[in-house]
Design a binder for this molecule. Structure first.
Ligand code: SF4
Length: 265
Protein backbone atom coordinates (compact mmCIF):
# COMPACT_ATOMS: atom_id res chain seq x y z
CA UNK A 1 0.00 0.00 0.00
CA UNK A 2 2.82 2.36 1.02
CA UNK A 3 4.65 1.41 -2.18
CA UNK A 4 1.56 2.26 -4.27
CA UNK A 5 1.12 5.67 -2.67
CA UNK A 6 4.75 6.53 -3.26
CA UNK A 7 4.58 5.55 -6.90
CA UNK A 8 1.39 7.57 -7.37
CA UNK A 9 3.03 10.59 -5.74
CA UNK A 10 6.12 10.16 -7.89
CA UNK A 11 4.00 9.84 -10.99
CA UNK A 12 1.98 12.98 -10.12
CA UNK A 13 5.19 14.85 -9.36
CA UNK A 14 6.87 13.91 -12.63
CA UNK A 15 3.65 14.73 -14.52
CA UNK A 16 3.60 18.16 -12.90
CA UNK A 17 7.27 18.70 -13.68
CA UNK A 18 6.75 17.69 -17.30
CA UNK A 19 3.83 20.14 -17.55
CA UNK A 20 5.94 22.89 -16.01
CA UNK A 21 8.79 22.15 -18.42
CA UNK A 22 6.39 22.31 -21.33
CA UNK A 23 4.95 25.60 -20.10
CA UNK A 24 8.41 27.05 -19.60
CA UNK A 25 9.61 26.03 -23.03
CA UNK A 26 6.42 27.43 -24.58
CA UNK A 27 6.97 30.71 -22.77
CA UNK A 28 10.62 30.73 -23.83
CA UNK A 29 9.54 30.20 -27.43
CA UNK A 30 6.96 33.01 -27.25
CA UNK A 31 9.58 35.32 -25.72
CA UNK A 32 12.10 34.37 -28.40
CA UNK A 33 9.55 34.96 -31.18
CA UNK A 34 8.67 38.36 -29.67
CA UNK A 35 12.32 39.36 -29.52
CA UNK A 36 12.89 38.18 -33.10
CA UNK A 37 9.86 40.17 -34.25
CA UNK A 38 11.05 43.24 -32.35
CA UNK A 39 14.51 42.96 -33.91
CA UNK A 40 13.05 42.53 -37.38
CA UNK A 41 10.80 45.56 -36.84
CA UNK A 42 13.69 47.65 -35.61
CA UNK A 43 15.40 47.05 -38.95
CA UNK A 44 12.27 47.90 -40.93
CA UNK A 45 11.61 51.38 -42.22
CA UNK A 46 7.91 52.04 -41.72
CA UNK A 47 6.07 54.30 -44.15
CA UNK A 48 3.31 56.58 -42.87
CA UNK A 49 0.36 58.02 -44.69
CA UNK A 50 -0.82 61.34 -43.14
CA UNK A 51 -4.47 60.69 -44.00
CA UNK A 52 -4.41 57.61 -41.72
CA UNK A 53 -3.58 59.48 -38.53
CA UNK A 54 -6.99 60.94 -37.65
CA UNK A 55 -9.05 57.76 -38.01
CA UNK A 56 -6.24 55.18 -37.94
CA UNK A 57 -3.83 55.78 -35.07
CA UNK A 58 -6.29 58.07 -33.26
CA UNK A 59 -9.21 55.75 -34.07
CA UNK A 60 -8.52 52.16 -33.07
CA UNK A 61 -4.94 51.30 -32.15
CA UNK A 62 -5.45 47.59 -32.75
CA UNK A 63 -6.59 47.99 -36.34
CA UNK A 64 -3.77 50.48 -36.93
CA UNK A 65 -1.22 48.03 -35.45
CA UNK A 66 -2.51 45.16 -37.59
CA UNK A 67 -2.34 47.27 -40.71
CA UNK A 68 1.16 48.62 -40.14
CA UNK A 69 2.81 45.58 -38.57
CA UNK A 70 0.88 42.51 -39.67
CA UNK A 71 -0.27 43.80 -43.05
CA UNK A 72 -3.88 42.99 -42.22
CA UNK A 73 -6.34 45.68 -43.12
CA UNK A 74 -10.04 45.90 -42.42
CA UNK A 75 -11.34 47.80 -45.42
CA UNK A 76 -14.62 49.41 -44.50
CA UNK A 77 -16.88 50.75 -47.22
CA UNK A 78 -15.98 54.29 -48.26
CA UNK A 79 -18.88 55.87 -50.19
CA UNK A 80 -17.51 56.72 -53.67
CA UNK A 81 -19.65 59.88 -53.76
CA UNK A 82 -17.00 61.53 -51.55
CA UNK A 83 -14.48 61.10 -54.38
CA UNK A 84 -16.94 62.87 -56.68
CA UNK A 85 -17.25 65.78 -54.21
CA UNK A 86 -13.47 65.90 -54.02
CA UNK A 87 -13.13 66.10 -57.81
CA UNK A 88 -15.76 68.84 -58.07
CA UNK A 89 -14.02 70.91 -55.40
CA UNK A 90 -10.66 70.54 -57.12
CA UNK A 91 -12.06 71.36 -60.58
CA UNK A 92 -13.78 74.46 -59.27
CA UNK A 93 -10.78 75.90 -57.40
CA UNK A 94 -7.99 74.92 -59.81
CA UNK A 95 -6.37 78.05 -61.30
CA UNK A 96 -8.43 80.47 -59.21
CA UNK A 97 -7.18 83.16 -56.87
CA UNK A 98 -6.65 82.12 -53.24
CA UNK A 99 -8.77 85.04 -51.96
CA UNK A 100 -11.78 83.06 -53.19
CA UNK A 101 -11.22 80.63 -50.31
CA UNK A 102 -11.07 83.30 -47.66
CA UNK A 103 -9.92 86.90 -47.57
CA UNK A 104 -7.42 86.07 -44.83
CA UNK A 105 -5.50 83.71 -47.13
CA UNK A 106 -2.35 85.21 -48.61
CA UNK A 107 -2.63 86.13 -52.29
CA UNK A 108 -1.75 83.42 -54.81
CA UNK A 109 -3.00 80.94 -57.40
CA UNK A 110 -4.63 77.65 -56.41
CA UNK A 111 -3.24 74.48 -58.01
CA UNK A 112 -5.58 71.53 -57.59
CA UNK A 113 -4.67 69.20 -60.45
CA UNK A 114 -1.62 67.44 -59.01
CA UNK A 115 -2.72 63.83 -58.66
CA UNK A 116 0.50 61.92 -58.03
CA UNK A 117 1.63 60.40 -54.74
CA UNK A 118 4.33 62.36 -52.95
CA UNK A 119 7.09 60.23 -51.43
CA UNK A 120 9.73 61.43 -49.04
CA UNK A 121 13.33 60.70 -48.30
CA UNK A 122 14.12 58.80 -45.07
CA UNK A 123 13.53 60.79 -41.87
CA UNK A 124 14.56 59.93 -38.30
CA UNK A 125 12.29 60.26 -35.28
CA UNK A 126 13.43 61.67 -31.91
CA UNK A 127 14.87 58.25 -31.02
CA UNK A 128 16.81 58.06 -34.29
CA UNK A 129 14.53 55.40 -35.81
CA UNK A 130 14.02 55.78 -39.57
CA UNK A 131 10.67 56.29 -41.31
CA UNK A 132 9.28 57.58 -44.59
CA UNK A 133 5.99 59.21 -45.55
CA UNK A 134 3.82 59.16 -48.64
CA UNK A 135 0.49 60.60 -49.59
CA UNK A 136 -1.50 62.89 -51.86
CA UNK A 137 -2.46 66.48 -51.29
CA UNK A 138 -5.74 68.00 -52.49
CA UNK A 139 -4.36 71.37 -53.54
CA UNK A 140 -1.77 74.02 -52.88
CA UNK A 141 -1.47 77.76 -53.36
CA UNK A 142 1.45 79.24 -55.24
CA UNK A 143 2.34 82.53 -53.54
CA UNK A 144 5.12 84.92 -54.50
CA UNK A 145 7.26 83.81 -51.56
CA UNK A 146 6.27 80.16 -51.02
CA UNK A 147 3.38 77.70 -50.93
CA UNK A 148 0.35 76.87 -48.80
CA UNK A 149 -1.23 73.41 -48.59
CA UNK A 150 -5.02 73.05 -48.70
CA UNK A 151 -7.04 70.04 -47.69
CA UNK A 152 -10.69 69.83 -48.78
CA UNK A 153 -13.03 68.07 -46.35
CA UNK A 154 -16.68 67.23 -46.94
CA UNK A 155 -18.00 67.02 -43.42
CA UNK A 156 -20.29 68.60 -40.85
CA UNK A 157 -18.50 71.83 -40.05
CA UNK A 158 -17.41 71.59 -36.46
CA UNK A 159 -14.41 73.47 -35.15
CA UNK A 160 -13.68 70.89 -32.46
CA UNK A 161 -12.87 68.31 -35.16
CA UNK A 162 -10.17 70.44 -36.77
CA UNK A 163 -7.44 69.62 -34.23
CA UNK A 164 -7.77 65.98 -35.23
CA UNK A 165 -6.53 66.84 -38.73
CA UNK A 166 -3.60 69.00 -37.69
CA UNK A 167 -1.08 66.14 -37.88
CA UNK A 168 -2.17 65.45 -41.46
CA UNK A 169 -1.48 69.04 -42.53
CA UNK A 170 1.81 69.36 -40.61
CA UNK A 171 2.87 66.10 -42.33
CA UNK A 172 2.24 67.61 -45.76
CA UNK A 173 4.53 70.54 -44.95
CA UNK A 174 7.29 68.15 -43.89
CA UNK A 175 6.75 65.94 -46.94
CA UNK A 176 6.68 68.69 -49.55
CA UNK A 177 9.84 70.29 -48.25
CA UNK A 178 11.61 66.91 -48.11
CA UNK A 179 10.20 64.87 -50.97
CA UNK A 180 12.37 62.44 -52.91
CA UNK A 181 13.70 63.67 -56.22
CA UNK A 182 10.91 62.11 -58.32
CA UNK A 183 8.08 63.71 -56.29
CA UNK A 184 6.57 67.16 -56.17
CA UNK A 185 8.72 69.48 -54.09
CA UNK A 186 7.33 72.76 -52.72
CA UNK A 187 9.57 74.88 -50.59
CA UNK A 188 9.18 76.86 -48.45
CA UNK A 189 5.73 75.91 -47.24
CA UNK A 190 4.39 79.04 -45.55
CA UNK A 191 0.76 78.14 -44.81
CA UNK A 192 -1.65 75.29 -44.11
CA UNK A 193 -5.41 75.10 -43.96
CA UNK A 194 -8.56 73.06 -44.30
CA UNK A 195 -11.51 74.11 -46.41
CA UNK A 196 -14.66 72.38 -45.09
CA UNK A 197 -17.80 71.82 -47.15
CA UNK A 198 -21.15 70.96 -45.64
CA UNK A 199 -24.32 70.58 -47.77
CA UNK A 200 -26.97 73.10 -46.75
CA UNK A 201 -30.01 73.28 -49.07
CA UNK A 202 -31.35 72.50 -52.53
CA UNK A 203 -32.35 75.79 -54.13
CA UNK A 204 -33.72 74.67 -57.47
CA UNK A 205 -34.59 71.48 -59.29
CA UNK A 206 -35.29 71.27 -62.97
CA UNK A 207 -35.66 68.03 -64.86
CA UNK A 208 -32.47 66.13 -64.03
CA UNK A 209 -30.53 68.98 -62.45
CA UNK A 210 -30.64 70.32 -58.93
CA UNK A 211 -28.74 73.30 -57.49
CA UNK A 212 -27.39 72.82 -54.05
CA UNK A 213 -25.90 75.30 -51.63
CA UNK A 214 -23.04 74.34 -49.36
CA UNK A 215 -21.67 75.99 -46.28
CA UNK A 216 -17.92 76.40 -46.52
CA UNK A 217 -15.45 77.35 -43.83
CA UNK A 218 -11.71 77.92 -43.93
CA UNK A 219 -9.63 76.81 -40.97
CA UNK A 220 -6.07 78.03 -40.90
CA UNK A 221 -3.65 75.60 -39.25
CA UNK A 222 -0.64 77.21 -37.60
CA UNK A 223 2.36 75.90 -39.45
CA UNK A 224 5.19 74.47 -37.38
CA UNK A 225 8.17 75.51 -39.52
CA UNK A 226 10.59 73.40 -37.46
CA UNK A 227 8.47 70.22 -38.10
CA UNK A 228 9.16 69.27 -34.47
CA UNK A 229 5.48 68.72 -33.71
CA UNK A 230 5.04 66.10 -36.42
CA UNK A 231 8.37 64.36 -35.72
CA UNK A 232 7.33 64.12 -32.03
CA UNK A 233 3.99 62.67 -33.09
CA UNK A 234 5.66 60.05 -35.32
CA UNK A 235 8.00 59.16 -32.43
CA UNK A 236 4.89 58.45 -30.33
CA UNK A 237 3.51 56.21 -33.11
CA UNK A 238 6.84 54.40 -33.53
CA UNK A 239 7.05 53.84 -29.73
CA UNK A 240 3.64 52.23 -29.93
CA UNK A 241 4.32 50.13 -33.04
CA UNK A 242 7.89 49.06 -32.39
CA UNK A 243 8.19 48.74 -28.64
CA UNK A 244 4.70 48.53 -27.27
CA UNK A 245 2.51 45.58 -26.45
CA UNK A 246 -0.09 44.57 -29.00
CA UNK A 247 -3.24 46.60 -28.20
CA UNK A 248 -6.69 45.24 -27.47
CA UNK A 249 -9.68 45.98 -29.71
CA UNK A 250 -12.00 48.81 -28.77
CA UNK A 251 -15.11 47.74 -26.88
CA UNK A 252 -17.19 50.27 -28.77
CA UNK A 253 -16.49 48.96 -32.26
CA UNK A 254 -19.41 47.07 -33.80
CA UNK A 255 -17.17 44.99 -36.05
CA UNK A 256 -15.08 43.45 -33.28
CA UNK A 257 -18.14 43.03 -31.09
CA UNK A 258 -19.85 41.20 -33.93
CA UNK A 259 -16.82 38.94 -34.47
CA UNK A 260 -16.63 38.24 -30.73
CA UNK A 261 -20.27 37.19 -30.72
CA UNK A 262 -19.58 34.92 -33.68
CA UNK A 263 -16.55 33.60 -31.71
CA UNK A 264 -14.03 34.48 -34.37
CA UNK A 265 -11.93 36.29 -31.73
S1 SF4 B 1 -12.35 47.24 -32.58
FE1 SF4 B 1 -11.63 45.64 -33.96
S2 SF4 B 1 -12.50 45.97 -36.03
FE2 SF4 B 1 -12.94 47.73 -34.70
S3 SF4 B 1 -11.43 49.11 -35.34
FE3 SF4 B 1 -10.61 48.02 -33.54
S4 SF4 B 1 -9.56 46.19 -34.21
FE4 SF4 B 1 -10.65 47.12 -35.93
Amino acid sequence: MIYNNNSKEKYEMSKKNAQLDLLNSEQELIKKRKEEKKLKLQNTILNYSPSEFAYGFEGCKKCYYDKKINNIEFKSFFPPIFNTFDKLQKNYFNGKNSKLIDNSVEDGVIVADYEKIIKTKVFYDLKKRPFTMSGKIDAYIKHKNGFSVIDFKTTNINESKIDLYETQLQSYALMLENSNEKSLSLSPVIGLGILCFEPNEITNQNKNLADMKWYTKWYKINLDKTHKKIITYITKIQDFLLDGEKPMPSEKCNVCNFLKKKSYL
